[in-house]
Ligand binder design. Structure first.
Ligand code: 26V
Length: 836
């Protein structure tokens, strides 16, 4: 990447403001709000109130609210340039933000002003907020975690820039056709996006392809130059990341690809006008769409282009545009830490080396010392197939200079390993960054990172012992754990206003930024009046959910009985099939007469899950859930006691409705496979009890809430290992539990597919013969745990007591705490005082 600037150098304003006043603060009262809203409508949208569309009104409202954050934002940006604080650059291919309007209103403390002001105009906030399309710029846990983290850093006044990609199309929209998943594009920008600020004048040029050449510099030293083949521009779009009522606003900077002016046509048919325009679409394809796979990397060229694209823009932006122009880069580690959110941004490591060595004239060792201090790596998976590797051929073709740099890092690293473990020849080979055919990005991240962390205790331990054991033997102090967290602003304060009010009434409002204070709720678990109010909150939330599902999808949802929720990406390791087998077994029990219908505890089973479009088995499972749901919901023999609801297109907005209504949280992955989970934390914080395996953060949730307030079942991780080692024989589990045989037989018989036995035969066959995730091995234990759930639910007072204790004891799972741990163990950054 060159340092050529399309716009003004170093991103500085064109000329200094004439007066000391850099900005004007908006009025924080109803009259001021109404005036500002009307101006936005009339002059921003160009319509009168009477002729305005819903979208006009939403956009005017969003811009009005946005003004309140902007003056703080400008102050924060000015300060960032002035002070010497260390900035956390959170590099992530995904930020799954969710809707912005409510969060902006909350952060700027405008709730009452907005309600009142809109009321005066005869408008309703709830109608306008429904108009917002959420930016679905992430697949699931990893992307949502990034969004929670930047929320917490802003709330803690820690300087942070989130860097990512402004995908034109976010995660696909899911619908069901005869129960099968259908994907449509997500044109989330179509109606206008009031939350972003494009800065084409600060576009960055990113190079690709070509060759490298060596030359002698004026001191006679051999240096390398990259002669790229083609380039694109990255245009930054800035988003405000407001802290909760603390006057701090950080920045999320998402990059959008644009063809360079005078597009470099070397590799195209130069001179052909039409081809040149086609080249433009070629360039702009880079940020066009989010890859919807979240576990099996496909090694696709476009994906590597995306990764390098956003990382090159971000490194360039920080070094050449955020830091002062005279900054001494030897001190870079004092001013920045680049946090690598999984391996997706790891190409930033050779990029920083390239910038320091080729562009800034550093010698190799000096540059490597700096680089190692500037990076840290978070791993988010345990599935070996999810670890990214790029073919050497592709890397060499797309990023020839980076491949050279990686090879040198690899050579020096292997020499270090050989010296540390003399005589062990296998070790350097196992640990190599460059393998026979591929570049192993997790190895590169581990070698380059000052720290490597997993996302829950068990995960970090398995990361050390199973995924990267050689590395942890070499550098034990490099490995650490930071258990994930979730932002209490969005997932409690905003999503569950009823519970929030009840909590605030009991213990005051301080919990919103100090979630450990939820502990003060513990005594209320023993207060029958409080418990009754807690139940009333759940009833209200269930009614709200039922209304939402009705109006969103025409789904009928009963509001009595256990609301049993399983929301997460569809993946075999998460074992949605185990949940289906439970439902099928209850159904089969009633239909066959084994269970009396009046003994079945009424339940609503709610699912939310997207399957990667190319993941056939996951799509089969979606088909099965819908087929079972259609049959169970329609069978009068069940007396309406069991209902399956599966609203399509689970996203952050829907999560905010489902989670507050939940009684039971399903966290049933095979032990040792779910790195952490974060839905588990959101549900527990909202007063759902967990039925879960000894996996990921479930372990820590259970330890905190207490065994008696958690339904544990299933194999432990070492038992899983043992079983797999001795040979898993699924059929033997089916034979040993007649309920399991009957449930599988019922599915295989075609009972849910109008008699067609072929539809799910592959799925059943897989469970019985090939399943790597041992669903059948945990079936009996799961059924037994569900019996415990029913028994517990039969005692409403005891259940509510447990639910209140779940809320009271889960303050640990705030992303504020997670950020504090990153700051202390990894980043060594400091909060700054924002002067307003
Ligand atoms: C991987 C890939 C690979 C192919 C291309 C697209 C793509 C996109 C995302 C991913 C990463 C998936 C990893 C992930 O989301 N892990 C989840 O991270 C959560 C936050 O740490 C954690 O709670 C979940 O347990 C973990 O599965």
């Amino acid at each position: 990447m060159t340092t050529t600037q399309v716009g003004s150098p170093s991103g500085a304003p064109a000329e200094p403001p004439r007066r000391g006043l850099g900005h004007v603060a908006p009025r924080h009262d109803v009259e001021g709000f109404v005036g500002s809203f009307m101006r936005e409508l009339n002059y921003g949208q160009g319509v009168s109130l009477t002729r305005s569309s819903l979208n006009d009104r939403y956009l005017a409202l969003a811009r009005t609210v946005r003004h309140h954050l902007q003056s703080r934002w400008m102050a924060a940006l000015a300060q960032q340039a002035d002070d010497q604080a260390k900035t956390v650059c959170y590099l992530s291919a995904e930020f799954l933000l969710g809707r912005q309007l409510d969060n902006a209103i909350l952060a700027s403390d405008l709730d009452d002003v907005v309600e009142e002001g809109l009321g005066q105009l005869g408008l309703s906030l709830s109608t306008l907020r429904a108009q917002e399309i959420e930016p679905g710029l992430g697949n699931g846990g990893l992307g949502r975690l990034a969004a929670c983290f930047i929320d917490s850093l802003a709330t803690m006044s820690v300087p942070c820039v989130g860097y990512g990609i402004r995908y034109e199309y976010g995660i696909f929209r899911q619908s069901f056709e005869d129960g099968w998943q259908r994907e449509d594009t997500d044109p989330w920008l179509a109606l206008g996006n009031p939350w972003e600020f494009p800065h084409p004048e600060h576009a960055v040029t990113v190079n690709f392809g070509g060759t490298t050449e060596h030359y002698e510099d004026e001191d006679g030293a051999t240096r390398t130059r990259w002669l790229p083949d083609w380039d694109v521009q990255g245009v930054p779009y800035n988003y405000m990341v407001p802290g909760f009522r603390n006057g701090r606003v950080n920045t999320l900077r998402l990059w959008s690809a644009k063809a360079t002016r005078g597009f470099n046509l070397n590799s195209f048919n130069a001179g052909d006008y039409v081809d040149a325009v086609r080249a433009e679409t070629f360039a702009e394809k880079i940020s066009m769409v989010l890859y919807p796979e979240d576990s099996t990397p496909q090694g696709k060229e476009l994906r590597l282009q995306q990764q390098y694209f956003f990382v090159a823009c971000s490194v360039h932006n920080f070094i050449n545009q955020v830091l002062p122009s005279d900054f001494d880069l030897h001190k870079l580690p004092d001013r920045v830490i680049f946090q690598l959110n999984d391996t997706h941004p790891v190409i930033a490591v050779p990029e920083l080396m390239r910038v320091l060595v080729d562009e800034k004239g550093f010698d190799w060792d000096e540059a490597w010392t700096i680089t190692q201090q500037c990076f840290a790596y978070t791993c988010h998976t345990l599935l070996p197939e999810a670890l990214e590797e790029w073919s050497i051929e592709l890397m060499g073709r797309l990023l020839p200079r980076h491949l050279e740099i990686i090879r040198r890092i690899d050579e020096e690293f292997r020499a270090e390993v050989a010296a540390a473990f003399p005589g062990d020849e296998a070790m350097p080979r196992r640990m190599a960054i460059v393998g026979d055919h591929t570049v192993r990005m997790a190895h590169l991240a581990t070698v380059a990172g000052s720290k490597v962390n997993g996302v829950a205790e068990l995960h970090s331990q398995l990361l050390r012992d199973k995924v990267l054991p050689d590395f942890s033997a070499l550098w034990p102090e490099k490995f650490t754990n930071v258990t994930n967290g979730v932002t209490p602003r969005r997932f409690l304060r905003l999503a569950n206003r009823n519970l929030s009010s009840l909590i605030t009434e009991a213990i005051g409002p301080g919990w919103v930024t100090d979630l450990d204070r939820l502990r003060e709720l513990e005594p209320f678990a023993d207060d029958p009046a409080f418990r009754e109010r807690f139940r009333e909150v759940k009833r209200l939330n269930k009614a709200t959910l039922a209304r939402t599902l009705q109006s969103r999808n025409g789904i009928e949802m009963p509001t009595t009985g256990i609301v049993d929720i399983m929301v997460k990406r569809l993946h075999e390791y998460k074992r949605q099939t185990l949940k289906v087998l439970h439902i099928v077994s209850l159904y089969e029990g009633v239909v066959s007469g084994r269970l009396a219908v009046e003994d079945v505890t009424p339940r609503v089973f709610a699912f939310g899950a997207k399957a990667a479009p190319g993941y056939a088995m996951a799509k089969q499972i979606i088909g099965l859930i819908n087929a079972v749901g259609a049959t169970v919901n329609a069978d009068p023999r069940l007396d309406g006691r069991l209902t399956v609801v599966f609203p399509p297109n689970y996203d952050v907005t829907l999560a905010e409705k489902l989670i507050p209504a939940a009684d039971l949280s399903e966290q049933i992955s095979l032990a040792g496979k779910e790195a952490s989970g974060t839905g588990n934390m959101k549900l527990a914080l909202n007063g759902a009890l967990t039925i879960g395996t000894d996996d990921g953060a479930n372990i820590e949730i259970r330890r905190l809430v207490g065994d008696e307030n958690f339904f544990l079942f299933g194999l432990l991780e070492p038992q899983v290992e043992e079983l797999l080692a001795k040979g898993y024989d699924p059929a033997s589990y089916a034979a040993a539990d007649p309920r399991l045989t009957s449930a599988l037989d019922l599915i295989a018989s075609g009972a849910f597919t109008g008699g067609d036995a072929s539809v799910f035969s592959g799925l059943v066959d897989n469970l019985l013969h090939h399943d790597r995730f041992l669903a059948l091995a945990d079936f009996s234990a799961y059924m037994e745990a569900q019996d415990r759930v029913d028994a517990a639910y039969a005692d409403p007072e005891g259940w509510t007591r447990s639910a209140v204790l779940n809320v009271a004891r889960c303050g640990f799972f705030s992303s504020d705490r997670a950020m504090r741990e990153y700051i202390d163990k990894i980043w060594h950054a400091q909060p700054v005082v924002t002067s307003l």
